[in-house]
Design a protein. Structure first.
Length: 313
């Protein structure tokens, strides 16, 4: 049974098609990234998953529970950290978390509340009123609220937007621990380095549709590939390799010690590591001498820009 099953979900706001037939299956225990530019439909999809808005068509299930027909059971399985800083200014941090526990019918939950506050570095703010907290501290409380009932599925919608480095490190350490313990995590973020570091699989939304879905490593390898950067001491690139050129650079100026500068530097596109051996063999046969060589892996930002620009299928 998948942690989240989304089937043919559509949602429109008058003339705007926010979601156009989105289908996804997120396995239990996955760390899954949901990426896309502003207006791609990420928050709308999360709101449907959380049962905050209804889809025009399609269905969403959390651990087999439909978010509309079986809302109570579905919501029990889910913890959502929203983008917006929403809080009640009349309660302390501890009171806020106790109140949130009560929404899920949990009594005597202080032991887990204390553990969550400790892991999010909130313990010294436990008796501070919510309105007296900084924006970063309020963000930590939102995360704690989402985790207070120990949900098996955690959805993080831009959890580190506008917060300091310390909170990011604290948050990811705790979330990574929960994921290792079996919790499913779904992350949306504009910090692509976070997604690349944390997520096992990624879906990219564009215009309300899924335009890419794969494991992180396969997506980087298949969509963007890598570049083999070769700096030649002498010789040039043989003609049969020129179709691989991503870009080349002019020869460097002679070095200050009077030694000749190496020849051209080439960046060659490679889609698989097995291609490197053949490229090097052709260079040797052509008489070219390699001065320096580097295999440069593409990153998630390269992939994202390619897909959003429409250059990748």
């Amino acid at each position: 049974m998948p942690a989240i099953e989304i089937q043919h979900v559509e949602k429109s706001y008058k003339a705007l098609k926010a979601l156009d037939g989105v289908s996804l299956r997120i396995g239990q225990g996955e760390f899954f990234g949901l990426l896309g530019p502003n207006g791609a439909g990420k928050t709308t999809l999360i709101s449907i998953i959380a049962g905050l808005i209804r889809a025009d068509a399609g269905s969403v299930k959390i651990h087999g529970h439909d978010v509309i027909a079986d809302f109570r059971a579905a919501r029990q399985k889910l913890g959502v950290v929203p983008q917006e800083l929403v809080f009640d200014p009349f309660f302390t941090v501890r009171e806020t978390l106790r109140l949130q526990s009560g929404y899920f019918g949990l009594k005597n939950n202080d032991k887990w509340i204390d553990e969550v506050m400790h892991n999010l570095d909130l313990s010294n703010k436990a008796d501070v009123n919510m309105r007296a907290l900084s924006g970063g501290m309020k963000r930590r409380v939102l995360v704690a609220q989402a985790l207070v009932h120990k949900p098996p599925v955690i959805v993080l919608d831009e959890p580190t937007a506008g917060v300091d480095v310390e909170l990011r490190q604290t948050l990811w350490k705790f979330i990574a621990r929960l994921n290792r313990e079996g919790h499913t995590v779904v992350l949306t973020t504009h910090y692509l380095e976070e997604a690349q570091a944390m997520c096992q699989r990624v879906a990219m939304l564009k215009g309300g549709r899924v335009v890419a879905l794969d494991t992180m490593s396969a997506l980087i390898r298949r969509i963007s590939g890598s570049q083999l950067i070769v700096h030649l001491a002498s010789g040039s690139l043989p003609d049969e390799l020129r179709h691989l050129i991503a870009h080349d650079e002019p020869p460097e100026e002679p070095r200050g010690d009077g030694a000749p500068a190496p020849g051209l530097k080439y960046s060659l596109r490679v889609n698989d590591y097995s291609e490197v051996e053949g490229i090097l063999a052709r260079l040797r046969l052509s008489g070219a001498v390699i001065d320096e060589m580097q295999l440069q892996q593409a990153d998630l930002e390269d992939i994202f820009l390619q897909i959003m620009d429409g250059d990748a299928a």
